[in-house]
Design a protein around this ligand. Structure first.
Ligand code: FMN
Length: 366
């Protein structure tokens, strides 16, 4: 049997990747302008990483209501579309491919991002988390539950963002349905206690995701659309795993199979603390979802070259996304290929620092 390698091309829907090393979505909080528009500095950063098989952009806000962090870029205005055009042009000029990750923070946000008003969520339940701000970490508050009219408007915001992503020159989009943000909140009983058709049963909790997906695939060919899941996010970002978690994600993936999507991006559990004996906990996701999902799988979460090679050889996934390693190694593909050392990342400059810790990680000397 042929065993695929990290450096072999792969087709994700309509996207042809010359290698299977994907740059994971990474929020870097560098869109420091009144428009929340991508900048020339961001275009340089992404261009440095264009040898990735696929670049997934940092999470990109679909509407002003979706904000939750300082200086994160949006994709609802013309200025933002123009800003992203510089980025996509720069990546394409280097021969790369880039998709836009579409994001709404929901209750993982603070009043200061909404003129003092409460953030919105499926239900009025405080995630009891601490959010990053320009003045340090601040506790979340009880959000306001979205009305059904507002849910419909939010779905439309995702559709507009998908359309704008195409206008901005992206090769596709990834729906950010993970990590405890709005779509994940709808999926999770601990965050969604609604009594209407968006809460309660598995079908109802998945309804918002599928409405968003329908809105997105009406703007972007399904073969250019992926989605991201982090089913085992536990005691983080206000979420907990429970007995309903796995059935919910299984249902979601099975139904998504019918869309002909380009990829399912699965984040392996970030940490295994507090999970001993936890009902519904599974420590490795790709082996579990591989037989369920008919679309290609991009795995992520704590991989190095060796583990990625092994998982691809074993056929557990089709590509691997690297997050922190892509921050500190713009030429990660070349380093892996040459078997070179990888550089360590500096966590202090993940979400701040201007060009420092952003543009100044050097490529390995060739
Ligand atoms: C600085 C930083 C920013 C991140 N921003 C995002 C984001 O915008 N969207 C997202 O889905 N995940 C985000 N993540 C999660 C990463 O995509 C990835 O899942 C995580 O870093 C684990 O992969 P790794 O072990 O290869 O770093 C972020 C992680 C870090 C460290």
């Amino acid at each position: 049997m042929h065993r695929a390698s990290l450096f072999e091309p792969v087709q994700l829907g309509q996207l042809y990747l010359p290698n299977r090393i994907v740059m994971a979505p990474l929020t870097r909080c560098r869109a420091g302008n009144a428009e929340y528009a991508p900048t020339a500095m961001m275009a340089r950063y992404y261009a440095q990483r264009a040898s990735a098989g696929l670049v997934i952009s940092e999470a990109t806000i679909v509407s002003a209501q979706g904000r939750g962090y300082p200086d994160t870029p949006g994709i609802w205005s013309q200025a933002q579309v123009d800003g992203w055009r510089q980025v996509t042009d720069a990546v394409h000029a280097r021969g790369g491919r880039i998709v836009c990750q579409l994001w709404h923070c929901g209750r993982l946000s603070l009043p200061e991002f909404h003129g003092g008003a409460a953030p919105v969520a499926p239900s009025a339940i405080d995630p009891q988390w601490k959010m990053l701000t320009a003045q340090g970490l601040k506790p979340t508050i009880t959000p306001r539950a979205l009305t059904r009219e507002e849910i419909a408007a939010t779905v439309a915001d995702f559709g507009r963002a998908a359309r704008n992503a195409m206008v901005a020159g992206f090769d596709g989009v990834e729906i950010h349905s993970s990590n405890g943000y709005l779509i994940h909140q709808f999926l999770s009983p601990c965050a969604n206690q609604r009594e209407d058709e968006y809460g309660g049963s598995t079908d109802n909790r998945a309804r918002f995701f599928f409405e968003v997906l329908d809105a997105v695939v009406s703007e972007v060919p399904a073969g250019r659309v992926g989605f991201r899941l982090n089913p085992m996010m536990h005691r983080m970002h206000g979420l907990t795993v429970d007995e309903q978690t796995l059935p919910t994600f299984e249902h979601l993936v099975r139904r998504a199979n019918g869309y002909g999507l380009a990829w399912l991006h699965l984040t392996e559990p970030y940490q295994a603390r507090h999970t001993e004996g936890l009902a519904g906990w599974i420590p490795e996701l790709a082996p579990y979802f591989r037989p369920i999902a008919t679309m290609p799988i991009v795995s992520n979460g704590g991989f190095d070259c060796e583990k990625a090679t092994l998982w691809i050889e074993r056929g557990l996934c089709d590509a691997v996304a690297f997050g922190r390693l892509f921050i500190s190694n713009p030429d990660l593909v070349e380093r892996f290929r040459a078997g070179r050392e990888v550089a360590a990342w500096d966590a202090d400059t993940f979400y701040q620092g201007g060009e420092r810790g952003y543009l100044d990680y050097p490529p390995a000397v060739v």
